[in-house]
Design a binder for this molecule. Structure first.
Ligand SMILES: Cc1ncc(COP(=O)(O)O)c(C=O)c1O
Length: 440
């Protein structure tokens, strides 16, 4: 396939990316936009994307498995999504969180299609959505503590950054700060439990029953499948203790299944956060859930003790709402998830055959179209399992994949999108074979 041969990526060899990084070094912390700065020999500057691929500022081609952190389930610049967004841009870019026809159409669609969604409240990012969920749960119950699971990422706010990436597992229910600048009171408001360990979660919840506002959980935590018994058990635990069950579906929502993991599992949380695919690649996220909880955000309640403040300049952004509506139309086409998940599954099983052929002790873990190479013998059940795996070797493998033009962030879970065809997936498998043959 033209342009998809073996070649090295990276910004240190001169060229336009190197020139742009010299500017970025002076202007941006870590010369990047966020927490995932690549090593200097691997980094590059994005220029444009199309379908399953993108090109860097030096014209080099990559297969994109990061997929906008999962938002781009239809790949870059899907024609229907571009057309819908362009049409809306010409009608108005944004109306400062005021009710607009497109956001309302999206709310109607999501309220119909998400099992827990009696009502919808708009936000701009997944982080905002999880922060709002926690605030709503606290306002609703009059309690303060929120249980989250070790290794779960719920966004960039202080409550979320407790034991998302702790230095080592354990020490429950005390959490570790993932960031400087976090007030101790925020850390103390969180209770940390090990994922997929229902008895441990029950014990911590019961010990704190009087002050437990909510349990927030990812139905698939990073690449770890939440066991049915575990997730059903959390539902029952919250019911028993009068706490709010929050599903963080920012990643799993409309990725694992139409309507979210909750639709596939048959478990209905009280609240759920959605972003990424819900947002269509644009600045939009939502909280969905029980009307009696979401109604606490009604501004008519302002001044009342349990009013939960919701407001943002870009909330209900009509361009992102139009992109999302166009995306949902595609996702509802017959067989969409079956073929996406089948493609991801057979790609991962082929990868595992390659590992076996070369005696590399690795798995290609996948939950539907979420996947990751892990240097461990069987699928993980907790953060502790991942921490015990050979993470440096997994990062070396990921870095080599990236060097050959397969865009994955070392150590981070990744995605197959609907636009990854046989040509892309087979090229990635050939690269994996070459890397394993050479030794990791
Ligand atoms: C499960 C989960 N929740 C929340 C977030 C935060 O979303 P955002 O980056 O849009 O703020 C993320 C982001 O990756 C996520 O994976």
């Amino acid at each position: 396939m033209p342009g998809m041969g073996r070649r090295q990526v990276g910004g240190s060899s001169g060229g336009e990316s190197a020139r742009l990084f010299a500017i970025a070094e002076a202007r941006l912390p870590g010369a990047g936009l966020g927490g995932y700065a690549l090593a200097k020999d691997l980094r590059f500057v994005f220029a444009r994307g199309e379908g399953a691929k993108f090109w860097d500022a030096d014209g080099r081609e990559y297969i994109d498995y990061a997929a906008g952190a999962g938002a781009l389930i239809l790949g870059h610049c899907h024609p229907a999504v571009v057309a819908a967004a362009q049409k809306q841009i010409a009608r108005g870019l944004h109306f400062f969180g005021a009710l607009n026809d497109i956001a309302l159409a999206l709310a109607g669609r999501l309220a119909r299609d998400i099992p827990c969604a009696e009502k919808i409240a708009f936000a701009t990012t997944g982080s905002e959505a999880t922060a709002y969920c926690m605030r709503l749960a606290r306002a609703f119950t009059g309690r303060e503590k929120v249980m989250k699971f070790e290794g779960a990422y719920h966004g960039n706010h202080d409550y979320a950054l407790v034991s998302a990436f702790p230095p080592s597992p354990g020490g429950y229910p005390q959490g570790a700060a993932d960031t400087g600048g976090q007030p101790a009171a925020v850390r103390d408001a969180m209770l940390i439990a090990p994922y997929n360990d229902l008895p441990a979660a029950e014990k911590i919840a019961e010990d704190n029953a009087e002050n437990l506002a909510a349990i927030i959980v990812e139905p698939v935590q990073r690449i770890i499948r939440g066991g049915d018994d575990f997730l059903f058990g959390l539902r029952k635990l919250c019911d028993r203790l009068g706490a709010v069950l929050i599903f963080d579906e920012v990643v799993t929502g409309f990725r694992i299944a139409y309507g979210g993991a909750q639709a596939a599992l048959g478990i209905t949380p009280d609240l759920a956060s959605f972003g990424k695919v819900v947002g269509g690649g644009g600045p939009l996220a939502i909280v969905a859930g029980k009307a009696e909880i979401i109604n606490l955000a009604d501004p008519a309640r302002r001044g009342k003790e349990n009013y939960a403040y919701f407001n943002g300049t870009l909330h209900g952004n009509p361009v992102a709402a139009a992109a999302t509506l166009a995306t949902l139309d595609e996702l509802q086409k017959p067989g969409f998830y079956e073929s996406l998940n089948a493609a991801a599954g057979s790609f991962c099983r082929e990868a595992e055959k390659i590992f076996a052929r070369h005696n590399v002790p690795a798995i290609a873990a996948n939950e539907g179209s979420l996947w990751q190479f892990l240097l461990m013998p069987k699928p993980p059940r907790s953060f502790a399992d991942i921490a015990a795996s050979d993470m440096p070797a997994a990062r070396r493998l990921d870095s080599e994949m990236l060097r050959r033009g397969n865009y994955i962030l070392p150590g981070v879970r990744r995605f197959v999108s609907a636009v990854h065809g046989e040509a892309e997936l087979q090229k990635t498998l050939r690269d994996l074979d070459e890397i394993c043959r050479a030794g990791i």
